[in-house]
Design a protein around this ligand. Structure first.
Ligand SMILES: [Zn+2]
Length: 74
């Protein structure tokens, strides 16, 4: 069946669609001038969907990855 796309759990966010990242928050009232705050944002890898198209290159399959094939597009 051609055109069928497999999806797999996004490795970046473990399928949650959200990732936590540290952002610097300017706080002029604080004597240190700000702080790092942990915020939850949409995962860029999967656009917040929690799943990505399975391109066949799983983390476990990197041994099969051929850079020459990738460079020439098959
Ligand atoms: Zn993700």
């Amino acid at each position: 069946m051609s055109g069928f796309q497999k999806y797999k759990e996004c490795p970046e966010c473990s399928g949650t669609g959200r990732v936590e990242c540290e952002v610097a928050v300017a706080d002029f009232g604080a004597w240190r001038g700000g702080e790092l705050r942990l915020v939850s944002v949409d995962c860029e890898n999967c656009d917040g969907t929690g799943s990505v198209v399975d391109d066949g290159f799983d983390d476990e399959n990197w041994e099969d990855f051929d850079p020459m094939v990738a460079a020439h597009g098959y």
